[in-house]
Write a protein that binds this ligand. Structure first.
Ligand code: PLP
Length: 338
């Protein structure tokens, strides 16, 4: 079975497992795990920030960011498809007591003007607008990638209005593989960035939140409060080091394969439309008469798993565990479905 439901389904390779087994470890709650400390420092330097905090999930890294930027009753501006709103168990509202205000963008990418319009005026009747969250690449936007110039304009709006800017960079390495910006360029634009190492980069778990010394000091307290203080986590951090060394450059291959998928899908009568493919995510809408569940079963009978992504919509994600032979199989099967 070829699993295209998500890029989270990848399993650690034998070489990654060997690196995990060989990791030097200590108690990270005492700050004594050398492999975790090195990973946090590495990610901070890479993105041009002071410090990093290793988290067991991207959800926790994002929710820590929301928590350190806000107080209960504050408001967070984000796209209506944002992970921090839709897919984190209501965390933004429950864990930090924040309301959200949606801006509607082009496949997850909104403008500085829309941010400006969404900021509440300073008035005792209104929630205090305190932060902006954007996703790069945009999951519900079919892996759409941001233009850094627009983020620069958003940053200026944030600075002028006392708002923090957080990038949910679950797939930031995918985005950078397309646009070629450096991690430091993104770091300069954002107060905090969460970076996932278990998606396209293929580790079993792990995300890192980066930011200033003062923010990461608070982030450590919140991580502990959320139960994310891990002990000999160096084995997990070793997988992340391995992924950074060996799995970043190959993301381009996933993107090329996603383009091949797009090309074949565009020719199929059962496909009504496809979001333009930029990275490793392919989201398409089925022709009106096709029920989503039946289509997914048909795919499964042909050895392919995908996931429903809204009414009539299907998502497929390319990743490390898809081989050349798998790719041939996928393209052949997709062309044969009636
Ligand atoms: C996957 C994902 C996350 C984090 O998810 P976890 O499963 O908690 O690691 C955050 N943001 C986006 C956009 C994602 O796709």
């Amino acid at each position: 079975m070829i699993d295209l439901r998500s890029d989270t389904v990848t399993r650690p390779t034998p070489a990654m497992r060997a690196a995990m087994m060989a990791a030097e470890v200590g108690d990270d709650v005492f700050g004594e795990d050398p492999t975790v400390n090195a990973l946090e420092a590495r990610m901070a330097v890479l993105f041009g920030h002071d410090a990093g905090v290793f988290c067991p999930s991207g959800t926790m890294a994002n929710q820590i960011a929301v928590n350190i930027h806000t107080r209960p009753g504050d408001e967070v501006i984000c796209d209506e498809g944002a992970h921090i709103y839709r897919y984190e168990g209501g965390g933004t509202m429950a864990t930090s007591g924040c309301s959200v205000k949606f801006v509607t963008g082009d496949r997850g990418r909104f403008t500085a003007e829309s941010v400006k319009a969404a900021i509440n005026e300073d008035h005792q009747w209104l929630a205090r607008t305190r932060m902006v969250n954007f996703e790069n690449s945009c999951n519900r936007g079919g892996g759409a990638v941001w233009d850094i110039d627009e983020v620069d304009r958003i940053k200026q709006v944030c600075q002028a209005n006392g708002l923090a800017l957080h990038m949910d960079g679950a797939r930031i390495f995918n985005a950078m593989a397309v646009t070629g910006e450096s991690p430091k360029a993104w770091g300069q634009h954002c107060d905090t960035i969460s970076i996932c190492l278990s998606k396209g980069l293929g580790t079993p778990v792990g995300s890192v939140l980066v930011g200033s010394e003062a923010l990461m000091y608070e982030a450590r307290r919140v991580r502990k409060r959320m139960g994310g203080g891990m002990r000999q986590a160096g084995m997990l951090a070793a997988a992340c080091h391995y992924a950074l060394d060996h799995h970043v450059d190959r993301l381009k291959e996933d993107h090329l394969r996603a383009k091949e998928l797009e090309k074949v899908l565009l020719q199929q009568p059962y496909v009504a439309s496809i979001m333009p493919v930029q990275t490793n995510i392919v989201i398409f809408t089925l022709a009106k008469e096709r029920p989503t569940e039946a289509f997914l079963s048909t795919l499964q009978e042909r050895g392919i798993r995908a996931v429903a992504f809204g009414p009539g919509m299907i998502r497929m994600v390319l990743h490390l565990d898809v081989s050349d032979a798998d790719m041939d199989h996928i393209l052949t099967q997709l062309a044969q479905v009636e």
